[in-house]
Design a protein around this ligand. Structure first.
Ligand code: DX5
Ligand code: ZN
Length: 222
């Protein structure tokens, strides 16, 4: 299980996104882009035009996390815009299978996100349609929140489901990931870690990515 780190630009300086992306280009695996519409979550960030520009300005592949209503309508366009991965929320999608297939047809990896209180069992049969499951470890909407430990058993359950299905689906967690929390999430079976404030709040974002990866690798191997 390879550990990957996806720094969230939600905690970066939005006036200098290209520089902020470059700051982690040599250390991170992905650039996590939080799209919020002020309806699905009580916050508003950025949309397709910014993703299109970032795609040209950043060398890392974009990991787009859509916290929006009606992802069935909007998600394929993010894949078409060149995102390497597009994740929709189970709570917001009315036709997740169709939308996940459209994302893949556009050449991106397809992800399904679950909020902390959303049970995984209803979605277990969707695993063959997925490249990644994203388990939120905070309520979505804002960076800098506290990691919700209640999600740890769900991380273990999803890890078991993925391994039983052959182990190719990635298990991402997002929210409150830091040097304090990454080890227990890695032990529980997560392999892709989004980190916003822990990376962009650090003096040296690239060194913060390296340190988080080393901690996760050690915990996952133990
Ligand atoms: C929250 C976003 C996260 C956020 C994480 O809704 O989906 O990606 O940037 O920020 P931290 O790592 O600060 O909790
Ligand atoms: Zn996110």
């Amino acid at each position: 299980m390879a550990i990957q780190i996806s720094p969230s630009i939600l905690s970066a300086d939005f006036a200098h996104l290209a520089d902020e992306a470059a700051a982690v280009a040599d250390s991170a695996d992905w650039l996590h882009v939080d799209v919020m519409d002020n309806h699905f979550v009580p916050n508003l960030t950025l949309g397709l035009p910014v993703v299109e520009s970032l795609r040209k300005a950043a060398s890392l592949p974009l990991d787009c996390h859509l916290m929006i209503e009606d992802p069935d309508r909007w998600a394929p366009a993010y894949a078409e815009a060149g995102a390497g991965s597009v994740t929709i929320h189970a709570e917001a999608a009315s036709a997740p299978v169709r939308t996940l297939r459209e994302i893949r047809n556009q050449g991106a990896r397809a992800g399904l996100a679950l909020n902390p209180a959303t049970p995984v069992q209803a979605y277990a049969d969707l695993l063959p349609e997925l490249d990644m499951v994203l388990l939120m470890t905070v309520e979505p909407g804002f960076g800098g929140q506290k990691f919700i430990d209640l999600v740890l058993p769900k991380i273990r359950r999803v890890r078991e489901l993925i391994d039983a299905a052959g182990g190719t689906v990635w298990l991402q967690i997002d929210g409150g990931v830091s040097s304090e929390t990454i080890e227990r999430a890695a032990e529980a079976g997560a392999d892709v870690f989004v980190a916003g404030s822990a990376v962009y709040g650090a003096q040296d974002p690239s060194a913060a990515v390296d340190a988080l990866r080393a901690q996760a690798q050690k915990a996952a191997a133990s």
